[in-house]
Design a protein around this ligand. Sequence first.
Ligand code: PPS
Length: 572
Amino acid sequence: TKLMQNNLAPIPELYVSYDSAEKLKFEASDLVSHDLTPRQICDLELLLNGGFNPLKGFLSQEDYDGVVEKMRLADGSLWPMPITLDVSEEFAGKLEVGQDIALRDQEGVILATMTITDNWVPNKSLEAEKVFGADDSAHPAVNYLHNQAGKVYLGGPITGLQQPVHYDFKARRDTPNELRAYFRKMGWRKVVAFQTRNPLHRAHQELTFRAAREAQANLLIHPVVGLTKPGDVDHFTRVRCYEAVLDQYPQSTTSMSLLNLAMRMAGPREAVWHGLIRKNHGCTHFIVGRDHAGPGKNSAGDDFYGPYDAQDLFRAHQEEMGIEMVDFKHMVWVQERAQYEAMDEIKDKDDVTILNISGTELRRRLQEGLEIPEWFSFPEVVKELRRTKPPRANQGFTVFFTGFSGSGKSTIANALMVKLMEQGGRPVTLLDGDIVRKNLSSELGFSKEHRDLNIRRIGYVASEITKNGGIAICAPIAPYATTRRAVREDVENFGAFVEVHVATSIEECERRDRKGLYKLAREGKIKEFTGISDPYDVPASPELSVETENVDVDNCAHQVLLKLESMGLIKG
Ligand code: PPS
């Protein structure tokens, strides 16, 4: 390998001076404002501080087309990820090219202004295919693209007025220029960066330390604390874990800094993007592992990318990027020698005991409160993880019933609530369709928009209950699969989400017609009635599906209890 060294001159930022910022802030109060989403705030921060150098703002249409098609900006520079400002059609319709807008954080503070040069409706399916490899909403970024991002993109240069504010781990966050200055001061001419969104265990410590030693470089642990994959360990817990691991490296060889990046889980393209970002932060080498930034399985149950696609794409571009790839060694514990060794360097594989714990197995052990051996992780790390993720039987969770009106959701939900209260231990809240519509959603009707709003409110309350260790039982119709998925994601940040399809057929519901609503719906007196004149997406893979025809309520509720027990959520 070539012995690359870093050039630690400052890189351009997009902030104006303090005095100009004060003046601009005053003037900007007259501008049309856009309130940035959490992901856009992450993107803006890295645009402003040079982390996304050479970008000077949100991509123009020409740059976007080039990035999507061939990973290049209009001027030919390599850039693999569309950094776009997505907004609603309604907002975009009010704007003209050449106009300045104010970009505000979620408290309304003006962070930057942007001069609009481009305002267009992107072809999202094409973006999904080209950038993420498939137009498949099982991919978190494709799901975001279709179901969360606005329909229109705005492009144009930005002017930074102030840095996004962080209240947590301030001392651990560094801009590219702060890191460059640190490396300069310390005389670190070669730096290996390690990207991660997971807690570090012993194998990671070994692998990163070796990578740095082999490159004769210093080591930067550079974890992402912006947005990661839904369901990941929260960054507060992770940073406490990282701090514990940092003590395990030889002093003064290793540093840690937090990166406020919003990941896209785009595998190969993401690896190249990560490399460019680290280059901007003054690093010379970057560790790329097996299935780097992989999004998990697609809707057919296969991996989105090949395990070494990310390494291949990175290798093909490293010269141009000016940052060298260090490939990941698969570290395993060799019991007889009581040490970690690289799997492909072990000569006597048949004569020794090789141990490893997969991510899935670790989650299982944490969930069930089982032993996690010292050879696998550091006691301080395990303690932190157990503190935030107690065994499942002590965590909150949500049971989400869905089905037609009159399918029996409320009755089963009520029976389940009583059975859970009989067991005791955790507070139980029932968010029945009718109760919610009375207390939280009394102004809403049954259009798609209103139903979605209703379900998102239920999801919000359920996720708060789950976070605080309670049991939320929801029983709305919830006809739309994408909305149910959004609720699942909200809840799974904090605990289990158990979707129960009450699979009573529409014919049976209409035959029972307990509230007389089906009759009215048939007569056209109730419009948009689910199953009669409005759609219902049958759940594709609910945790449980219950039949109510010829089965009594008590038995249905009991089936749910058994499911909860098998998932480890309640004790048998
Ligand atoms: S949704 O789609 O999830 O927001 O619906 P939900 O909040 O569960 O409310 C459904 C209850 O409202 C009554 N109702 C209707 N349902 C479906 N379509 C139309 N147009 C409609 N109008 C009124 C109905 O009694 C539902 O109650 P349940 O408990 O499901 O029978």
